[in-house]
Write a protein of this length. Structure first.
Length: 193
């Protein structure tokens, strides 16, 4: 039993005859198949080029928006923090023996505007110093960090633990700290990023 595949070649089902087999297309079908594939690839190339151009344009728009949005949010955050600082009267405390400072930060990861007010009073207690720090959301007013420290005449400043050192993360469960360093490290989650 013989099967004719391509002109001049034979296929024997038992596999005894070993000849090159080029396929079951007639000789004029192969060039037509190649021509169709090339034309289809040309259509895909145009479509790919068009999609790549759209991708580049969208990426550029996204980058421009990303740069503008944080800047406007940072400006809005700074204005709100300053307004809250002034509303609390912190700006009027500046004397040689008493000072208050404001630091604000728009945290892009959390999408919130945080402010830290540090108030240092050298006359709060007789011949001593008091330091008060508050970290809060400038828009909502929610307090995330509270720190109060009083100096002690009988101890070095680094030997005195804070009177109050409290951190309230976004989860809402407050934790208490035991040092200035611990407070400063804990509030970084709000004041950085």
């Amino acid at each position: 039993m013989e099967y004719s595949l391509v002109r001049g070649q034979k296929f024997v089902p038992d596999g005894l005859e070993r000849r090159k087999w080029y396929g079951c297309f007639k000789s004029n079908a192969v060039p037509a198949y190649i021509a169709v594939m090339i034309s289809l690839m040309g259509c895909n190339t145009d479509k790919i080029d068009q999609l790549e151009k759209q991708n580049r344009e969208l990426t550029a728009k996204l980058e421009a928006t990303s740069r503008q949005e944080p800047l406007s949010l940072k400006i809005s955050c700074a204005k709100q923090a300053l307004a809250e600082f002034e509303r609390g009267g912190w700006n009027k405390l500046a004397t040689p023996r008493h000072m208050a400072s404001l630091t604000n930060h728009y945290n892009s990861k959390l999408g919130k505007c945080f402010m830290e007010i540090e108030d240092t009073d050298f006359t709060a207690i007789a011949h001593g110093t008091a330091i008060n720090k508050i970290v809060s959301d400038a828009f909502e007013g929610k307090v995330y960090g509270e720190y109060v420290w009083f100096s002690d005449k009988k101890k070095k400043y680094w030997e005195v633990t804070p009177f109050l050192c409290k951190i309230t993360p976004l989860s809402g469960e407050p934790s208490y700290c035991k040092s200035t360093e611990e407070f400063d490290t804990s509030v970084r989650q709000f004041m950085e990023q």
